[in-house]
Design a protein. Structure first.
Length: 661
């Protein structure tokens, strides 16, 4: 199989990987193998230089060349990839006019010596006729030029028709491209032009040509004589040109490969508008090309589009060249003239491609990718044995931190004990006076009687009170019930305290259940302003101002005068239950809000009784920016709205006229 060149507007360099078959591997190497291409030209990359990654640049077995926009973000961008086993460029650069400079230099391409530049740059007079800033024209990342001994190949992304806003720039770009190609042809060099040129040759290359002619009232002669189409047709062999040719464009220099192999084929489109879902009905246009010099027609063996490959609003276009071609009056192997001299001879490889064969504009030579090391190398090398690693110098700070005193490290039990002691000092009466039996205090520090959940909030609460200015009562105090874990067995339920007080959760100190049960030790708060009331005082205060949250069990004077905690007595009904808070149904509330903000359902189309799709008008005029509903079916081959078919029907509803009824 001979050399194969493929061009594809990918509409974002990562875009194809969301489609089959590219999503299976998600690598450029696998993508190029599926395309079976040796030179791949990608347009509309929509990235800047800072967005380049290893996967884009360091493709195994491939060299690459990028032209990216210098100012705008996510805009245009062209790349050319070359397979190192088949071809090796001898020169490469970006831009049409040659006013840009190679990386790391300030000398423009057009000012370099002839052996360092490709040549054919438009003259000063030709640039003046363009009436466009040369730096602006080349700074949008729209052209990459690569030279092989056999030919010079252009990868181009021409400006699109932006509702007439950039017609002058678009015309100047095509005029500059025409001048550069003709200059190279005059130098005796073969030229291949590839990419998205955003211009169609004639009516058969655009499905909506008849509609456009009817709307604008154009005849065939007027249609093919529009400024951009006229330049393009004068560049092509067989192009339809009305009247005399323009000055400097006396003869055609390029041949349309796909049209040359399929001269009468209709519907050979390469681009379809996504907004109207035009691809299923093949309502598109042919604006992507692989063109070659007229003298290279005998080199080409095939050319076609690949409309079955998805991944963009464009499809790939390819051309295949023969293994042996006529060059400089003799038949040679194409590989001999597609590489640096000395790599191939008579179709046989003499040596492998090496880094010295890489041209300066290569993406692999960008500073951020040049001489890159594999991450495996970072772990393969070990430090030499004769290199001594100095030990860290420890200063006084490190010694203190490493040799801390024994008392500085507290165990959880000692920390708990210390916090109890600190809190007890804040009371008017020491803790020992409040607990008659000293054995109960001893039990609190006995590790054998330690509870499963240590009272961790105690230390925190004590620390906060020590630093605070004064203690304050907190409204809505919680019960101490939350501090006790539920016990599974009935025997352990007796260990719960029989008497609790509605105290602050953050400042309450909980003694072990055993001591409370044996000696009826009241739970207390360390707040000095809150003195421990007596049992009668507590009962009277509770009767006057019942707490908001009921206690765990009713207060009693002593365990002897109180029956079991499960026995109902009049004192059990001393505190009325608080009113229940209002209950909100979260599900019903969510459904209510969802109905409030839910958009009305789309209308059903008349022809298929299926939901319509919403679009926004961008046509200049009164309705610009208005939303409307149309049939969701794709546009048919005719481009017209049809009735009783599988294609788009005539349904059209302004969004302002639809209320979901």
């Amino acid at each position: 199989m001979g050399l194969r060149i493929t061009t594809w507007n990918v509409n974002g360099i990562r875009n194809p990987f969301g489609y089959q078959p590219w999503s299976a591997t998600r690598t450029f190497n696998a993508m190029f193998d599926i395309l079976e291409a040796d030179i791949v030209i990608l347009q509309e990359l929509k990235i800047q230089r800072k967005d380049l990654t290893d996967e884009m640049v360091l493709v195994p077995g491939w060299d690459c060349f990028f032209s990216l926009p210098k100012h705008k973000k996510g805009y245009s961008g062209v790349a050319i990839y070359t397979r190192q086993s088949v071809c090796a460029p001898i020169k490469a650069e970006e831009g049409i006019l040659g006013v840009l400079s190679p990386t790391g230099t300030s000398t423009a391409y057009r000012d370099l010596p002839s052996d360092k530049s490709i040549g054919g740059y438009p003259s000063e007079a030709q640039i003046e006729e363009l009436d466009i800033n040369p730096a602006e024209l080349d700074a949008e990342g729209r052209c990459v030029v690569v030279e092989f001994p056999a030919f010079v190949i252009f990868g181009v992304y021409s400006p699109a028709n932006s509702n007439g806003l950039r017609d002058h720039f678009r015309y100047g770009f095509l005029a500059a491209l025409d001048a550069r190609i003709r200059n190279l042809d005059a130098m005796g060099k073969h030229v291949i032009l590839t990419g998205d040129l955003n211009v169609s040759r004639e009516e058969m290359d655009t499905a909506k040509a008849e509609e456009s002619r009817r709307q604008e009232g154009l005849s065939h002669e007027e249609y093919i004589s529009t400024p951009n189409r006229r330049i393009f047709n004068q560049l092509l062999e067989g192009g339809d040109v009305v009247g005399d040719r323009d000055e400097g464009r006396g003869k055609p220099v390029l041949w349309d490969i796909c049209r040359g192999f399929h001269p009468s084929r209709t519907g050979m489109y390469t681009h379809w508008e996504q907004k109207i879902n035009a691809r299923p009905g093949n309502f598109g246009s042919r604006i992507d090309y692989v063109l070659c010099s007229v003298g290279m027609k005998a080199w080409v063996s095939a050319g076609d589009i690949q409309e079955g490959l998805f991944g963009s609003d464009h499809c790939p276009v390819y051309a295949t060249f023969k293994d042996r071609v006529e060059h400089a009056g003799q038949e040679v192997f194409l590989t001999d003239i597609m590489n640096t001299p000395g790599i191939f001879k008579d179709g046989r490889r003499l040596r492998e491609w090496g880094p010295k064969d890489r041209v300066p504009f290569s993406g692999r030579l960008l500073p951020e990718f040049d001489k890159r090391r594999s991450i495996k190398d970072m772990f393969s090398k070990k430090p030499s044995s004769n290199v001594s690693i100095p030990s860290p110098v420890r200063g006084p700070t490190s010694e203190l931190s490493l040799a801390a005193p024994k008392d500085a490290v507290e165990s959880p039990r000692s920390a708990e004990k210390a916090s109890l002691e600190r809190m007890s000092t804040q009371e008017e009466t020491p803790l020992s006076t409040k607990v008659p039996n000293s054995a109960s205090v001893t039990n609190t520090t006995n590790p054998h009687l330690k509870r499963k959940n240590p009272p961790s909030p105690v230390g925190t609460a004590a620390k906060k009170q020590a630093t605070g200015a004064a203690s304050k009562n907190v409204n809505g105090q919680k019960s101490l019930k939350g501090f006790f874990k539920p016990r599974n067995d009935a025997g352990q339920k007796k260990s719960l305290p029989e008497k609790t007080e509605d105290l602050d959760e953050a400042t309450a100190v909980c003694l072990p259940a055993s001591s409370c049960e044996e000696e009826n030790v009241d739970l207390f708060t360390p707040n000095p302003d809150l003195k421990r009331p007596s049992a009668d005082a507590s009962a009277s205060a509770a009767a006057k101002d019942p707490p908001k949250i009921p206690p765990l069990s009713p207060p009693t004077a002593s365990p002897k005068s109180s029956p079991s905690t499960t026995t109902n007595t009049p004192s059990n009904h001393h505190f009325p239950p608080p009113p229940s808070p209002p209950v909100f149904d979260s599900v019903a509330s969510k459904e209510s809000w969802s109905r409030l903000f839910k958009k009305p359902p789309p209308p059903l189309c008349e022809g298929h009784d299926e939901p319509c799709i919403s679009l926004t008008s961008k046509k200049k005029g009164f309705n610009c920016g208005r939303r409307f509903w149309i049939c969701s079916k794709p546009v048919g081959p005719s481009g017209e709205k049809e009735v009783g078919t599988m294609w788009r029907c005539k349904t059209f509803i302004w969004a302002s006229d639809w209320n979901g009824g």
